[in-house]
Design a protein around this ligand. Structure first.
Ligand code: PEP
Ligand code: MN
Length: 325
């Protein structure tokens, strides 16, 4: 947004007033050398323009059209996902479960643990994106039915990933929240197909995606018919492998407090290490996350994927209790 100033005003004072409203305002110098305008960063757009117009010295406000109007329209409104509400000022939601739904028994045990932890959604992959072609790719369609059955038995919703346009229908049938993984954040054909299912979508941030690209992928989903989007920060590519990825809590605070969008954090894929999951989960909530997506397994040592980052049941239950206290 561009804020032009009246001739005789003190630009420093106007800038300070804008900053006092929590806005990020940069001075633009006019041709004569005198500052003629202030540029207000787009993430400040949540503030009512009338409040800006009423600042002494402000001449005019010029708003640039947003590239993601449908995403902007989600601001401040919680989204209904199964029996849960994510976003707005709702309390944090816990979504947890194994990386991969390996068997019906695992789905049942995991659902019981999530319920005990006070969670609202059961997570778990039927289709797994794996870096190596030789790694366990997930059980596939049978796991979708196990997920639904286990979630229903324990009064939970289901969040599960879709990897291919061919599987959208099957996934949409069981999922309360369809997950689009990091690697597919900019798979636009998949986004269109997922949007057409007209359900809420959990959109993970691509590991090298800017926040603007992430929001634009959300716009793709909404423009194709998705009923809502929950943004999920799961760590971006850093330079230091010690913590696998770099959990971008600044992005979480920005989405929650400036854009007022539904945003959750996956501390499991962010770190790859179970010992770092609880502290980062707490940090995520402090930064404003509306919820957590956490990997947990009744017997992490035997997990067929992502065992080292899976919480055991006791740790999950403890984490869940700290969330609700
Ligand atoms: C997952 O949640 O199972 C997963 C593969 O996550 P990501 O897309 O963040 O790597
Ligand atoms: Mn995983």
């Amino acid at each position: 947004m561009l804020v032009t100033l009246k001739r005789d005003c003190d630009p420093n004072r106007v800038q300070a007033s804008l900053q006092g409203l929590g806005l990020w305002a940069e001075r633009l110098d006019g041709q004569s050398g005198a500052p003629a305008a202030l540029l207000v960063a787009s993430h400040s757009a949540g503030i009512d323009p009338d409040r800006i117009a009423s600042i002494e010295g402000v001449a005019e406000i010029c708003r640039f059209p947003s590239r993601h109007p449908r995403v902007d329209a989600l601001a401040g409104t919680p989204m209904k996902v199964g029996g849960a509400r994510i976003g707005g000022n709702e309390p944090p939601v816990l979504m947890a479960g194994p990386c991969s739904i390996e068997s019906r028994e695992l789905a049942m045990e995991a659902a019981r643990a999530v319920r005990e932890a006070g969670g609202q959604l059961l997570r778990g992959g039927a289709f797994k994106p794996r870096t190596s072609p030789y790694a366990f790719p997930g059980v596939g369609r049978p796991a979708l039915a196990w997920l639904r059955e286990a979630a229903d038995a324990h009064g939970l919703g289901v969040v599960t990933e879709v990897m291919s346009e061919l599987e959208v229908e099957a996934v949409a049938e069981v999922a309360d929240l369809i997950q689009v993984g990091s690697r597919n954040m900019q798979n636009f054909a998949l986004l269109r197909a997922v949007g057409a299912a007209e359900k809420p979508v959990l959109l993970k941030r691509g590991m090298s995606a800017t926040i603007e690209e992430w929001l634009l992928s959300g716009e793709h989903l909404l423009a194709s018919g998705a009923s809502g989007v929950v943004f999920c920060e799961r760590g971006i590519q850093g330079f230091d492998p010690s913590t696998r990825n770099l959990l971008d809590l600044g992005a979480v605070a920005l989405l929650r407090h400036a854009y007022r969008l539904p945003v959750v954090v996956d501390p499991s894929h962010a770190t790859g290490r179970r010992d770092l999951v609880p502290p980062l989960a707490r940090a995520a909530i402090a930064a404003g996350a509306h919820g957590l997506l956490v990997e947990a397994h009744p017997d992490p040592a035997t997990a067929q994927s992502d065992g080292p980052q899976a919480l055991d049941v006791d740790t999950l239950v403890h984490l869940g209790r700290t969330l609700s206290s």
